[in-house]
Design a protein around this ligand. Structure first.
Ligand SMILES: [Ca+2]
Ligand SMILES: [Ca+2]
Length: 287
């Protein structure tokens, strides 16, 4: 293993992917546990930060989909009262506000800024935005197999990137939600929203914040997984299929009572043009 410009080179090999644990979500097709083999590859130690994304935007003039659409989803408690009243909320997930004028550089809407968090993961980036960044940086998104192999950090079937206990010795190891979701966050882990991309201890492979902080886009489709296949996902037959792309790792909004998806086998998905205040990405590369 070596570290080059933020990338960690991993030798790959065979590992046990997924989980059959009772606390997994069968509907997300986390299981069955299957042996898969991954070729050598390199992956970012940290999620792409606001600083790195700013370099890309400055160099290319890229406009994110949140900017094109004119709005994106912000966690309601982060939105100032008057703006919260006028921002639509989904019925099923009323803790999200669709905030006009919010985007990566103004994460909570107009008048908010990333000036105090250049070292935090960029958010409000869609899968398509992530791909545009990768094309500029000479990178690609990790496959789900690569992401999970890297996130496990060499441990076999551990629940978290550091082991089975969420807080070993009472120590917080990732940025999720403590308290009662979505009304009260006690911030026992030290962070209400995003944390710096290199907060907390890295895992055994040197990756930071694979669990919690921000969801991370992967290259694969989410919906059409064939768990019996050693290669993570099958592609829809129609390129126009609005299928979801996979995201991994969970975010600062995850809580055991509501979204126990900061486990290393957990997965979710969203449409490739979606963005929100708790989704970012890390890049990968062939070696
Ligand atoms: Ca937290
Ligand atoms: Ca993460």
């Amino acid at each position: 293993m070596g570290d080059t410009a933020g990338l960690i080179t991993l030798r790959g090999g065979t590992f046990r992917m997924g989980t059959d644990d009772a606390d997994g979500f069968p509907g997300d097709r986390e299981g069955p546990v299957r042996e898969v083999t991954v070729a050598p590859f390199a992956i970012d130690a940290c999620a792409v930060t606001n600083a790195r994304f700013a370099e890309f935007v400055d160099a290319t003039g890229h406009r994110t989909e949140a900017e094109e659409f004119g709005w994106t989803y912000v966690f309601a408690k982060f939105v100032p009262g008057p703006l919260r009243k006028t921002s639509p909320r989904p019925d099923q997930t009323p803790w999200w506000c669709g905030v006009a004028g919010a985007y990566w550089r103004a994460p909570e809407g107009p008048h908010s800024t990333v000036e105090d968090r250049w070292d935090h993961p960029v958010v409000h980036v869609s899968w398509n935005d992530a791909l545009a960044y990768c094309a500029w940086a000479g990178r690609r998104l990790p496959t789900e197999i690569e992401w999970e192999y890297a996130a496990r950090g060499g441990l076999d079937q551990a629940r978290f990137p550091w082991g089975d206990d969420l807080t070993p010795g009472g120590e917080h190891r990732c940025n999720i939600w403590q308290g009662r979701f979505p009304v009260h966050n006690t911030e026992e882990d030290g962070h209400l929203g995003t944390a710096p991309a290199d907060a907390f201890q890295p895992n055994g492979f040197g990756l930071y914040n694979v669990a919690g902080n921000v969801w991370e886009w992967c290259a694969d489709w989410f919906d059409l997984v064939d768990p019996s296949s050693p290669t993570s996902t099958n592609r829809p037959t129609s390129p126009a299929d609005p299928a979801n792309r996979a995201m991994r790792g969970g975010s600062y909004l995850c809580h055991e009572s509501y979204c126990n998806r900061y486990r290393v086998a957990a997965r979710t998905g969203n449409t490739p043009d979606s963005s929100s205040g708790n989704t970012g990405f890390r890049t990968a590369a062939d070696v």
